[in-house]
Design a binder for this molecule. Structure first.
Ligand code: DQA
Length: 143
């Protein structure tokens, strides 16, 4: 069982970026937390963070035949990227959408998600714990 955890633009700046919204822990802290959980459950886990839409599209395409499930926080691309939504649909790998902040309580432009429609679930507003919840949702539903 191998999962891929994709984080989109500016999530490399966790800990520095708007800590009142995203918290004070870093991207490394996030990966360490997820790795610990995956090791405990014997899940192979790969991390990918990029600030570039095309690189995320490429990574999703390359996952075909290698990855059983995807956890994705597309960050700002959530609200704009038909290309990432199409890539997820193309590979047909089950995925869970995660947002650290609670999108329902934020600006109007964050209320649109191109990623949500085909996701197994969207977890929003649960901080870093949302990624652990995503593992719990994803793993039993992988093929
Ligand atoms: C985010 C929410 C997005 O609206 C924002 O652009 C992000 C992070 C979140 O995790 O809460 O970069 O996806």
């Amino acid at each position: 069982m191998k999962i891929l955890v994709i984080n989109g633009p500016n999530l490399n700046l966790l800990g520095i970026r708007e800590p009142d919204i995203y918290g004070k822990s870093t991207y490394k802290d996030l990966c360490d937390m997820i790795s610990e959980r995956c090791e405990h459950d014997n899940i192979d886990c790969e991390f990918f963070q990029s600030n570039h839409e095309g690189d995320i599209v490429d990574k999703i395409g390359e996952s075909l035949g290698k990855i059983d499930g995807i956890i994705i926080n597309p960050a700002a691309y959530t609200h704009t990227s038909v290309a990432i939504a199409d890539a997820l649909k193309a590979v047909n790998i089950p995925y869970v959408e995660v947002h650290i902040s609670d999108l329902s309580k934020r600006e109007d432009f964050r209320q649109v998600s191109y990623i949500r429609k085909d996701a197994l679930a969207t977890v929003s507003g649960e901080g870093f714990g949302g990624y652990i919840k995503a593992i719990d949702i994803l793993v039993p539903r992988t093929k």
